[in-house]
Design a protein around this ligand. Structure first.
Ligand SMILES: [Zn+2]
Ligand SMILES: [Zn+2]
Length: 180
């Protein structure tokens, strides 16, 4: 099992390796970064957002064409929405092993606060690990400190720790076949 993390060309530089390493540690699977070659579909000019479902379709097409069996997470800098939600931090499609995360609302600047690379990196790690967690079979968790808790706000995202709770961790080990 190996997870690909694709980064769009305008994602913040210098985060790729540390984010991948930390996500690998949280989930217990190897995640490696690479440049994105998936076509950026789903941009809606009036909303200045990307339709996350359309982008997942595009990742799926790429995955199929290149015969990639492993899960793929794409990190983009544009804001994402899905039908019924004004925005989403990320979205996963478990059935085909594709997910997307947006860094648009993960920087302090978006909220009028002074920027912090550490904050941005922590949030991309949590969101990325969360969506990949879905791809590896985990659902949402009611533990507010667990990576698999579904945050609706930045505060809720920040309250989470960069780890799975023990119950999600056990479940992950079972789904990966690494449990004792
Ligand atoms: Zn989720
Ligand atoms: Zn949990």
């Amino acid at each position: 099992m190996h997870v690909h993390i694709f980064w769009d060309a305008q994602s913040p530089a210098g985060l790729q390796m540390p984010v991948s390493r930390k996500i690998s540690a949280i989930l217990g699977v190897l995640a490696t970064p690479s440049e994105n070659h998936v076509r950026m579909m789903g941009y809606v000019t009036e909303r200045r957002q990307i339709d996350a479902a359309a982008l997942l379709d595009s990742i799926q097409t790429y995955k199929h064409r290149h015969e990639i069996d492993d899960p793929i997470l794409l990190v983009v800098h544009q804001d994402l929405f899905k039908t019924g939600s004004s925005f989403v931090f990320g979205l996963a499609r478990e059935s085909t092993g594709v997910a997307v995360v947006s860094s648009a609302r993960l920087g302090n600047e978006y909220y009028g606060l002074s920027g912090s690379d550490d904050d941005l990196m922590d949030r991309i790690i949590k969101e990325g690990a969360h969506e990949i967690g879905h791809l590896l079979g985990l659902g949402h968790c009611s533990n507010r400190e667990c990576v698999m808790f579904k945050p609706d706000t930045l505060d809720e995202l920040d309250r989470k720790k960069k780890q799975l709770c023990s119950s999600c961790y056990d479940q992950m080990a079972i789904s990966l076949g690494t449990s004792k």
